[in-house]
Design a protein around this ligand. Structure first.
Ligand SMILES: CSC[C@H]1O[C@H](OP(=O)(O)O)[C@H](O)[C@@H]1O
Ligand SMILES: Nc1ncnc2[nH]cnc12
Length: 288
């Protein structure tokens, strides 16, 4: 039996992972800085889970200050082969309700201030393919897990990622709806971009907490309202993770696992030794 190693990035409300066997903590540092917190490792059925709370325990780090590069790289350094993101989102559609799960498959970027690439100022240029940011096999496993758990789940949808930390204006919310978006959040697009550069298949479990502010007949989203729904959603997330542990696909079959092979445009002979060292844990095998 092959043990799969899966990184789980827990979002708002999910700061711990229940039911792990052989639990241990890893303090990791990377050449891109430190991740949001220690990584909790443990076994869930046939799967080795590496859990990292995105905002840190105690929810200390706002979405625009999270070191997404260090988070993904720390998980990769610990052996993660793929990554599941758990995230709180607002619904942009009438028929998607608080408590529902959306397994998104597309993103729109409205962020402004975040480092969203590992290939920045080290003299290494890469343009990775990103047409389909979500790993289809991992998404499929999560959908089957959602059905098993009995949560109302929708497969597919577009996540608009705003800069935050403020919620949107009504005009923005109306605009995003006119674009056909499904859910709204502040974190998953930088993560998906970096996961692809780190050659980690990535899938998002979007847990709906509110209707943002486009629905004029009810109060606009607030942290209080989000937290109230999150209490229930955390149980859903934990149950889905337990259910998906026996369904994790073979990462070798994912196109993401070899994403950088044709993405690097700078030939290795033009890459400095310092840059090679900095990027070694990420894509060392493509640099020689
Ligand atoms: C607490 S509401 C806003 C906050 O919740 C979401 O976080 P995450 O994606 O980590 O679950 C959203 O993106 C904002 O960061
Ligand atoms: N309405 C919303 N906008 C942005 N991020 C969110 N996270 C949860 N609800 C949200």
């Amino acid at each position: 039996m092959t043990t799969r190693i899966v990184g789980v990035i827990g979002g708002s409300g999910l700061y711990e992972m229940d039911g792990l066997v052989d639990r241990g903590e890893h303090r990791v540092s990377t050449t891109f800085g430190d991740p949001s917190d220690v990584v909790i490792a443990g076994t869930l059925g046939e799967t080795r889970l590496l859990f990292l709370p995105r905002h840190g325990r105690g929810h200390r780090i706002p979405p625009h200050r999270i070191n997404y590069r260090a988070n993904l790289l720390a998980l990769k350094q610990l052996g993660a082969e793929q990554v599941i993101s758990i995230s709180a989102v607002g619904s942009m559609q009438e028929d998607i309700h608080p408590g529902d799960v959306v397994l998104v498959d597309q993103f729109i970027d409205r962020t402004r201030s975040r480092p969203t690439t590992y290939f920045d100022d080290d003299g290494v240029v890469a343009h990775v393919e990103f047409a389909d940011p979500i790993d289809a096999a991992l998404q499929d496993a999560l959908y089957r897990a959602a059905l098993e758990v009995g949560v109302r789940a929708r497969r597919g949808g577009t996540y608009v990622c705003i800069e935050g930390p403020q919620f949107s204006t009504r005009a923005e919310s109306d605009l995003y709806r006119s674009w056909g978006t499904t859910v709204i959040g502040m974190t998953n697009l930088p993560e998906a971009r970096l996961a692809r550069e780190a050659e980690l298949p990535y899938a998002t479990v979007a847990l709906v907490t509110d209707y943002d502010c486009w629905r004029r007949e009810e109060a606009a989203v607030s942290v209080d309202a989000v937290l109230a729904v999150l209490k229930k959603n955390v149980g859903t997330a934990q149950a889905m993770l337990r259910a998906v542990a026996s369904k994790i696909p073979d990462p070798a079959q994912s196109p993401a696992t070899n994403a950088m092979r044709h993405a690097l445009i700078t030939p290795p002979s033009h890459i400095s030794a310092a840059a090679k060292e900095k990027l070694a844990a990420l894509i060392g095998r493509h640099l020689s």
